[in-house]
Design a protein around this ligand. Structure first.
Ligand code: E4P
Length: 226
């Protein structure tokens, strides 16, 4: 399963990229507003740090304007993925952009029927929002299972399921069990995947016991150095 980080905070992205576990980045207008910075500069900076797909979301809603904005965003770097809303104009733009070789992430997906349309429009990624569905009393993960199953039925559909609106490590594990291709995680959720109290407790014991030996792991001293 690929891990993307869902943020426009470039400091966080730099730090998470150092883990070697980051496969891409997603941003959205809300995250961009939170950064308080110029969008084009932020996307360029992220693309310098992360080689994988970096989603940059259009703000336009009509086909012509989406295509105009996509042109600007695609010029930033090769790994920019154009993020379009799941609307008739968004999917029309998805079809045109993917036919022209661009990566496209179709966002704000809340039903399997929408996901099927996005795949037919040539989306590179479909972003179903699990957390927002959970928030309104639905089981977001059921949508992931439906989409994965539907896509598996058709070899011609190449769209990857990018689980979005992830709120907890449980979402990540459930999505991985289902076989979703990607999960985009807020930085805190990504960092929380490392944690287990028994790992911390076990490490503390090992370090304390090791200290008692008075040993150090280092190059043995040769006669020349002695
Ligand atoms: C996905 O691409 C979106 O940016 C994001 O996952 C939305 O998450 P939220 O529902 O926590 O805002």
């Amino acid at each position: 399963m690929k891990f993307f980080v869902d943020t426009a905070d470039t400091k966080e992205i730099r730090s998470l990229a150092e883990t070697g576990l980051l496969d891409g980045v997603t941003t959205n207008p809300t995250l961009m507003a939170k950064s308080g910075r110029n969008m084009l500069e932020v996307i360029a900076e992220i693309c310098d740090v992360v080689a994988g797909p970096v989603s940059a979301e259009v703000a336009a809603t009509d086909y012509e304007s989406i295509m105009r904005e996509a042109k600007v965003l695609r010029r930033i770097a090769k790994n920019v993925t154009i993020k379009v809303p799941l609307t008739p104009d968004g999917l029309r733009a998805c079809k045109a952009l993917s036919s022209d070789g661009a990566m496209v992430n179709v966002t704000l997906c809340f039903s399997a029927a929408q996901a099927l349309l996005a795949a037919k429009a040539g989306a590179t990624f479909i972003s179903p929002f699990v957390g927002r569905l959970d928030d309104i009393g639905h089981v977001g993960m059921e949508l992931i299972a439906d989409i994965v199953q539907i896509y598996k039925n058709y070899d011609t559909l190449k769209t990857e399921v990018l689980v979005a609106s992830v709120r907890s490590p449980l979402h990540v594990i459930d999505a991985a069990k289902i076989g979703a291709h990607v999960a985009t995680l807020p930085p805190a959720v990504l960092r929380s995947l490392y944690q287990h109290p028994l790992t911390e407790k076990g490490l503390a014991t090992f370090l304390a016991d090791w200290a008692k030996t008075g040993q150090h792991i280092e190059e043995p001293k040769t006669a020349a150095h002695a």
